[in-house]
Design a protein around this ligand. Sequence first.
Ligand SMILES: Nc1ncnc2c1ncn2[C@@H]1O[C@H](COP(=O)(O)OP(=O)(O)OP(=O)(O)O)[C@@H](O)[C@H]1O
Length: 306
Amino acid sequence: MIELRQLTKRYGEVTAVDGLTVDVRPGVVTGFLGPNGSGKTSTMRMILGLDRPTSGSATVGGRPYAGLPAPLHEVGALLDPHAVHPRRRAADHLLWLAQSNGIGRRRIREVLELVGLAEVARRRPGGFSLGMRQRLGIAAALLGDPPVVLLDEPVNGLDPEGIRWIREFMRGLAAEGRTVLVSSHLMSEMALTADHLIVIGRGRLIVDTGLDAFLRSRSVQAVLVRVRPGEDAARLTDRLRAAGATVRPEEGDALTVIGLSGAEIGRAALTCGIAVHELTPQQSLEEAYLDITRDSVEFTAAGGPS
Ligand SMILES: Nc1ncnc2c1ncn2[C@@H]1O[C@H](COP(=O)(O)OP(=O)(O)OP(=O)(O)O)[C@@H](O)[C@H]1O
């Protein structure tokens, strides 16, 4: 269990983390979400004792990281997959970490097998793909068989196969009863991985809830609409906005419409004499997430569509 109590971090004028109080529980994957710059990495660094809170506390199993007698056996973390020596063989990278923490050689073989890198144990990570580096980072995090695992944006830049592997691996760790905290700025990714969500914006807690409850309470109606681009799209946009909908142009010639049902949009198009080519209800999760974090995005594009 990770406990944050009024956790606060200031860097000069910037308040990166602002009075964060949450518990991260064992046995589930907790998604730690927030727009870029919302304070996720700063929070994780404080949990790991890499940064000192300005005020408040972060504890793991009731103790601050610095007070843990055998940290690698208590918390494992993947912060930066590039933080490996490119010329030190994969197994030697782990051996170096293991030896400085009193962990035997046998465990190195075990963790390499766990992450599917046993066959490349003698290779140098300099030639590894990003996915392989992520796996090596996870192997390092698991060396001490810790009950708490932290992963900072682990799927960034991975291909679909790598993403699926990490997703299933995290779920497996949680199923073993571990506390798994994984940060991301993508709601869609967390919807597939997390059981519980902690959402922050500008360092403050916005949501701390189960994924199912989030979906039930925040579901936003969004419909993808395709009509002839140009005049039809412009006229329909005006008409729907006049009816109170939010209309956002998408890539290509589509519109995302929020606030009206498919039937209402269809009727509006009919009264304008516009042919509708597509009308598809959208998964509303990303919309719900954008909605709750809108006020806390660090940089928003000026003059964007409403
Ligand atoms: N060492 C530092 N010195 C000064 N400001 C910092 C430092 N580290 C983070 N910040 C600032 O604190 C805020 C939170 O940053 P942080 O990296 O924790 O956010 P994040 O949610 O992890 O973002 P991202 O998704 O972009 O990685 C940002 O405004 C950032 O610029």
